[in-house]
Design a binder for this molecule. Sequence first.
Ligand code: AMP
Length: 287
Amino acid sequence: MLEVYSITDLRLGIESLKEARGVRLGLVPTMGNLHDGHLYLVEQSIKSGLITAVSIFVNPIQFDNAQDLSNYPRTLKEDLNKLKAIGCDLVFIPSAKEMYPNGMQDITQIVPASISSELEGAFRPGHFNGMATVVCKLFNLFLPEVAFFGQKDFQQLAIVKQMVADLNIPVKIQSVPTQRSEQGLALSSRNSLLNAQEQSLALHLYESLSYIAQNLVDYQKSGATLEMQEKRLNKLGFEVEYLQIREANTFEMPKIGDENLVVLVAARLGAVRLIDNLPITLKVVSL
Ligand code: AMP
């Protein structure tokens, strides 16, 4: 596995891999602290027969909170071992200086469409501008034919898909289902920041989403169901930021006739902010 730290070495590395193997490139952008959810994305790329590259970069401009940025778990040595073990071809580990040589203040940024100001965007101002900017830079650096993104970050995935369509970026976005623990907790780098008690409490997030996805048969009753589950989570010790149902592609409030819904949650548990989502199979017949 090639480990590259500079853009020059990245370009040389990709060129030599493409020359040697003559196949297309799959990219998995990450912020490191790799778990089985990330590795599943990498495996999807390898299984598709692509040269497989991973980026590990904790992107400062997508953090709206300095504490969150400094607390973000960093485990590079373990990450590299895991990637090597599953057969990743190249990993790019740039510094902030390598990615933002002219600083991060006055740079060209991607401003995604209005779906980026909803839900996560409302609670994390600037987050999606920073995310879309770095993803666009990574696409320009790697020029991958395919890029893999997890459904765990459902809104991020929708924003990246729209960015690629709106800006005609020649990359296929492959979405990958959320990987969970046996009990249902969505795997996340932030789970490692939870203490033992919080880790078992965190399971209730998935329970609430599953309850909503399985029991909601009439969209008209969704307000009451969401309120009940939000109260339940808050009582258990969460601080729910949002628990909402949206149309899965547009992120708009569901309208009559919509059938492609998703329930999304963000909640704080102690100092840790968790997000998750589940699709809902339900046709909206009345509001
Ligand atoms: P992150 O390192 O958190 O920026 O995540 C990098 C990529 O891994 C993103 O596309 C995430 O959506 C994806 N990802 C993170 N956790 C999971 C998971 N539990 N299942 C599937 N994909 C995930």
